[in-house]
Design a protein around this ligand. Structure first.
Ligand SMILES: Cc1ncc(COP(=O)(O)O)c(C=O)c1O
Length: 373
């Protein structure tokens, strides 16, 4: 398979471990192994005796059961554990799609969610988010008009990377009705689910639709990216069988110690999500005061959920050049919209890290230095 470079990961490869002020990260603040184990009495001793042999291909049954419990209609058999969220995106697209299939993806979106389909030779149509007076908007009538006889899959990402746009339960229901009518699979990347900023919990897509696939991960809302534990949830038995056979060619099975730690963390899911929501909310207070100070330079829309937002910057140079200069001259990392192939002058800002205030201060000082404010 020939596949285009993953622009966002190439960009992070250059800067993520060298830039001191990461103002664009999409994961929540992480924690140490010790802190995870401290959530569950007795788990530290058990962790030290974890066996380092191969594990079961679909994932540790106990972990799968805990994950299934996050949903309303899933059983252990409906969950397949994978390496992070990237492996299941790659595997699921390869299992579901053939050359010539039509795929509709939300846009802008995390690149692999359309790039793998593109590399397979699918006909990919982008269903664009629109910026309106009331913020980001997705026109479901438009989605309906894009459906063709060959449409095999609709790809959603809710909460969305990079905008934070999140479908309401009513919108999800309507998308499912459309998909059911045309017998189309729906893949919903829900890796930012759990840190809702409007206080409204939405259903998981896989609970709503027999041909729905939900993607979850420990990396984002839970802040435990280093575990490299993600999962797919679906009721489609045929697909589950094929996903297992595909995993034989990628990671085979997950890391036992990571599965153990993910299990401990998910037993305390509510506590962990409340901690991370609080970090995001506190940082949003600081961020919103900043954007209020400079209304002429920024057009800010509060994310509905998740730790990131896409912010318009009214500046007289390409946003990619501005972000390059910002990281070179001030060590502050922001992700420009060009990385997403999205037109307009936007950057992605991340609110999930506990040093947000310090990073933002460096950004503000740079703007003052350059007389941009
Ligand atoms: C929407 C979305 N899906 C999937 C991924 C991949 O997640 P992971 O790093 O856990 O594989 C990311 C990472 O940024 C993402 O933003």
């Amino acid at each position: 398979m020939k596949i285009n470079d993953f622009k966002l990961e190439v960009f992070f490869g250059k800067h993520e471990f060298t830039a001191p002020y990461l103002l664009t990260q999409s994961d929540c603040a992480s924690m140490s192994i010790d802190q995870v184990l401290a959530m569950e009495p007795g788990s530290k001793e058990k962790f030290m005796t974890e066996w380092l042999g191969y594990t079961e291909v679909p994932g540790n049954p106990e972990l799968r059961k805990i994950i299934a419990g996050l949903y309303t209609t899933m059983e252990t058999e409906n969950i397949i554990v994978h390496a992070g969220a990237q492996e299941p995106i790659f595997n699921c697209m390869n299992v579901l799609l053939d050359k010539g299939d039509h795929v509709i993806t939300q846009f802008p979106i995390y690149q692999s969610l359309f790039e793998v389909a593109h590399a397979i030779g699918c006909d990919v149509s982008k269903w664009s988010l629109e910026m309106t007076e009331n913020g980001w908007f997705m026109d479901i009538d438009k989605l309906e008009s894009m459906i063709k006889d060959t449409t095999k899959l609709i790809v959603l990402n809710s909460p969305n990377n990079p905008t934070g746009y999140t479908f309401t339960a009513k919108e999800l229901k309507r998308i499912v009705e459309l998909a059911r009518k045309h017998d189309i699979y729906v893949f919903c990347d829900e890796v930012y689910k759990g840190v809702e900023l409007d206080g409204i919990k939405r259903p998981w897509l896989a609970d709503l639709y027999e041909k729905g696939i939900s993607l979850g991960v420990m990396s984002k809302a839970y802040g435990l990216a280093g575990l490299r534990i993600g999962w797919l949830a679906t009721k489609d038995e045929d697909l589950l069988g094929k996903l297992i056979k595909m995993k034989h060619y990628t990671s085979i099975c997950s890391s036992g110690p990571s599965e153990f730690l993910a299990g401990v963390a998910l037993k305390h899911s509510d506590k962990l999500l409340a901690r991370n929501t609080k970090i995001i909310e506190d940082n949003l207070v600081i961020a919103e005061a900043f954007f209020d100070r400079y209304p002429k330079l920024f057009n800010y829309t509060r994310p509905m959920a998740g730790p990131i937002a896409f912010i318009e910057m009214k500046i007289d140079m390409p946003i990619a050049d501005f972000c390059d200069k910002l990281v070179e001259e001030a060590g502050v990392l922001l992700l420009p919209s060009s990385i997403y192939g999205f037109e307009g002058q936007y950057f992605r800002m991340g609110f999930g890290r506990d040093n947000f205030e310090e990073s933002l201060k460096h950004f503000e000082n740079y703007l003052i230095d350059k007389k941009l404010v």
